[in-house]
Design a binder for this molecule. Structure first.
Ligand code: 4NP
Length: 180
């Protein structure tokens, strides 16, 4: 799958967005960052995460999300919640939504912000890059674990780990192809 090119050659700016920015997008941020470090791309790909809602701005990650990441060897400690704003579309090369509801909210923001001629190619679902996707459209969602059982966080971790690995490969290819 091809990505939109970086606005600045050699540097890719990526935003990961869920609802609260304390569970899914911070977990995806941690696993993606680790894969980027492993591929030597961490200085070429800048990642931020945000929520469409502002309830948890400035807060650390959800305790269960942080524990799941820690048990798998990732560092959750630096995260602080941020809220997505329409201006991020001018800053980021690609905005990835964690589920379909997030995608709809982000699409509304994009349309409200820029009127006609919106560049929707820069807005996709994170799991569009998941190599393990089933038949239904729902399979493109990272399910919200916030109100569910602890096991939901393990399931999110498995999804974001394998998707981060695949996304890192696509980012590496995109940066090579668009080298200045
Ligand atoms: P997230 O999970 O979108 O994966 O961070 C949620 C966190 C908080 C809330 C909803 C979802 N909330 O309603 O506060």
């Amino acid at each position: 799958m091809n990505l939109p090119g970086p606005r600045e050659p050699g540097l890719y700016r990526l935003a990961l967005v869920c609802l609260g920015n304390i569970c899914r997008s911070p977990m995806a941020h941690a696993t993606l960052e680790a894969h980027l470090v492993g591929a030597g791309l961490d200085d070429r790909v800048h990642v931020r995460s945000a929520g469409t809602g502002g309830w948890h701005v400035g807060e650390p990650m959800d305790r269960r999300a942080a524990a799941t990441l820690t048990a798998a060897g990732y560092d959750p400690s630096r995260h602080r919640g941020q809220q997505f704003a329409a201006s991020w579309y001018d800053e980021f090369d690609l905005v990835l939504a964690m589920d379909t509801s997030n995608l709809e909210d982000l699409t509304d923001l994009l349309r409200a912000g820029s009127g006609a001629g919106t560049d929707t190619g820069r807005l996709r679902r994170f799991r569009d890059f998941d190599p393990v996707v089933g038949a239904g459209d729902d399979d493109r969602d990272v399910p919200d674990p916030y109100y569910g059982a602890e096991s939901g966080f393990d399931s999110v971790l498995a999804m974001v780990e394998r998707t981060s690995e695949a996304l890192t490969a696509v980012l590496g290819r995109t940066l090579r192809e668009t080298r200045a």
